[in-house]
Write a protein that binds this ligand. Structure first.
Ligand code: PGA
Length: 252
């Protein structure tokens, strides 16, 4: 039985005053059957960890370096995130792949570092609109999966987020059929590579314009264990209805 997971990706948004939203999200979340994760910018990680104390909310980073320490100005290591109280890290988000030229090999090295530091890696995969229109979606996802996910993956330390690039921040969402096709494909690939035990225990999140009004439809799709939510995770008033829709979803 996979636990449901609602994850918020705050991207480059949030000042100290926004820790108040973290507090409100904690207070509004009462169902112990749903895991909750917020990944604020790194400046807010330790503050968010303090706010989350005593609540069922995990705090994560949005990226980490593949190495543990060294001369890498501006970078953050997995063990630094862990030291600040984070328990997870998003890796290989399409914005990192695009803005920082991150390859799937880079993502795999980072995921290995995250695992070694005791962090759960939320590894993102997703096709561009051009790739989808050329009917290459499953090839792209298959390639990203095999190169980005390290051999150290287990159901506890790894989550896969399927985020079609064309649906991120655009208000466009993949249809239930499109989501189901990719999530079933990812599940089959994980089972083939890691065996049924691990392959069936890794949670699969959908991400890309998940909002209060489309969440229930998305959570009804097979092999959707939750969501990675960007814009709608910034405010408690938007995020809580999505978490509630996940609590109420029934296919799992
Ligand atoms: P969005 O972002 O919900 O704002 O589309 C999702 C993501 O990029 O993780």
């Amino acid at each position: 039985m996979r636990r449901k997971l609602a994850a918020g990706n705050w991207k480059m948004n949030g000042l100290m005053e926004d820790l108040e939203q973290v507090r409100s999200i904690c207070v509004a979340h009462t169902d112990p059957a749903v895991d909750l994760l917020i990944c604020p910018p790194v400046t807010l990680v330790s503050g968010a960890v303090k706010v989350a104390q005593g609540h069922a909310l995990q705090i994560g980073g949005q990226d980490c370096h593949a190495l543990g320490a060294g001369a890498h100005t501006g970078d953050i290591s997995a063990s630094m995130l862990r030291d600040a109280g984070a328990t997870a890290v998003i890796l290989g988000h399409s914005e990192r792949r695009a803005d920082h030229d991150e390859s799937s090999d880079d993502v795999r090295a980072k995921a290995r570092a995250a695992h070694a530091a005791g962090l759960m890696a939320v590894i993102c995969v997703g096709e561009s609109l051009t790739q989808r229109e050329a009917a290459n979606t499953l090839d792209i996802i298959g390639g990203q999966l095999s190169s980005s996910v390290p051999d150290t993956a287990t159901g506890e330390n790894t989550v896969i987020a399927y985020e079609p690039c064309w649906a991120i921040g655009t208000g466009l969402t993949a249809s239930p059929d499109q989501i189901g096709e990719v999530h079933d494909f990812i599940r089959a690939r994980l089972e083939r590579r890691f065996g049924a035990g691990v392959g069936r225990s890794v949670r699969l999140l959908y991400g890309g314009s998940v909002k209060p009004d489309n969440a229930a439809l998305i959570f009804g799709v097979s092999n959707v264990d939750g969501a990675l939510v960007g814009g709608a995770s910034l405010k408690q008033a938007d995020f809580t209805p999505i978490i509630n829709a996940l609590e109420g979803s029934i296919h799992i």
